[in-house]
Every structure is written in C-alpha cells, then in structure tokens.
Design a protein around this ligand. Sequence first.
Ligand code: GLU
Ligand code: ZN
Length: 308
Amino acid sequence: MVCGRFAPSPSGRIHLGNLWASLLAWLSVRSQGGTMVLRLEDLDPERCNQHYCDQIMCDLEWLGLDWDNGPVYQSKRTKLYAAVFEQLQAQGVLYPCYCTRAERLAASAPHRSDGVVLYNGHCRTLTPEQKLLFSQTRKAAWRIAVPSETISFEDLLQGTYTENLAQSCGDFIIRRSDGVYAYQLAVVIDDGDMGVTEVVRGSDLLDSTPRQMYLQRLLSLPHPTYGHVPLLLAPDGRRLAKRDRDKAMDELQEKYSARELVGQLAYAAGLLDEYSPISPEELIPLFSWEKLPKKDFVINLQKKPDFC
Ligand code: GLU
Ligand code: ZN
C-alpha cells in the first residue's frame, strides 16, 4: 500500500508553490489508490504556531486535497525523537559541537557556490577535557559524523541523484544547541514511524535526501520512493517565497475558485492539454509522472487566463 504525506512547516501562510507540490503529492498517491497523512512540522517554537496550522489545513481542504491520517504535530513527538537521539548516541555516531556561527563561518573557506557552509569537523576530535571546558560556557549542538561515501538514489522525476555527504554538507546537525531536534532527524523518524513509502516535495529538498537516506540506514528504516517536483518561480525568476503576497493564499482565493486554480496548476503540470477548471479528484486518472516538467519555471496566473 502506497502512503504519501503532506509535511508543511506552519511558519507562515502557504503559497502557491506549496499548493503545487501538495497537489502533485496527493495526485501521485491517489492515482495509486494509496493513503495520505498530514504532518505539521512545527518543531521550531519561535517560528510556528497553531494559527498557521489551522490555516494550512483550511487551505488544503479548500483546494480539495484530503488526508486519511493526522494531523500529526511534530511538537508533540519530542519523546520519540529523544529516544532515537539516544539510540544514535549509543551507536557512537554523534558528537557535541560547541562552535559559534562566527567560528563556523571563519573556518569554512571557501563556501559552496550556493552559499551552503560546509562544517569542517572541528569538534569531531575534541578531547574529553576540551569538551568539559567548552560545556561550562556554551550549549552544545549535536552533529552526526558522515562517511566519505557516495549515496545515490533514483528520483521519480530528476533521475539519478548522487552525493558524497562528507564533501557536500559535512557532519550535519541532529539537535540544535537550544535543544530543538533538527528537521533531518524528525522527518526520517516520522516517515518511518508513519509508514510513508513515497515522498513528493519541492526540488529545494533534493539535497536533503542523501542525509535522510543515511539516517534511514543507521536506524534500519526502509527508504521511501522520492519525487522532487520543480519549483514555481516568480516573474523575476526568484523562487516563490512566503513574502510573495500576490501569490499568497488569501489573494489567490479572492481571485480564483479552487477549480480554476487547480486547472491552472494542472495545465502547468502538463496534465491538461488546455486550461479548464477542474477538481483534484477529476485529475486523478490524468496524472502521470512522465507528463510533469522537470525544471523550475515561472508561473503566470491571470484573472482570465489567455488560454481560457
Ligand atoms: N516541512 C518541510 C517544508 O515545508 C518539508 C519537509 C519534507 O517534505 O520533507 O519545507
Ligand atoms: Zn564545532
């Protein structure tokens, strides 16, 4: 049985790009007769709140996307994350990192071209005395030591994706210094625990997948199938972000009915030869991974679409 998921972060109102990825995740699962779970990734108490959770659920329902299980709130599952954290500690793969942000930046020249800062492994080899000294004045984040080894998978849309964790991201954070468990850990535990077999999400998370697969291996969890869908770009070529108010949900809902919006997304996805209003349900038989675009693209929504 195929099981997919919506896994939004309730740190703001969702935007068109989230809806696009959610629609495709839902269609893939429903076209295989599978089930969907809704998980609210609200681990960061400073950024997430219940109001955004409620709004996200309303917005998904408004569009016509439903789920069979959930909502599951990550913030209520920290006991589970703590238990797995201890298990990884017992496996000897975690170590405390006392570096400040400034120290990490200073020590990691050159940065990757996309601005990602590779951790140089400074705290991997601290002696017990050094750890004791640091721990008196600083709170530790916990990192996982990654092997210099190639991890590869077949993406449903992007083909073969390969990465060497040591070269591309270095030892990554599992628990932040403020005690919040990292996205990478929580997502792997939850996908495993909820029996998720298919992960469909935006291609901005493509390079998280090898990290997640490494954790799945350490925790003896199965690897789901992955499909990373292209991102929607604003007319100036930037990725859509929560600040793109013109694409934000309240404004979209003023301009379009749900059927009109789904029709425009479906047309952009290549699931319709020409635009027409349609429901997600009616799109199920038309869904196929082969039809979907692979590259990020600019979406232009109009009040009365040209192609109408
Ligand atoms: N919560 C993440 C986000 O909204 C997505 C997590 C995932 O799909 O794995 O960016
Ligand atoms: Zn460090």
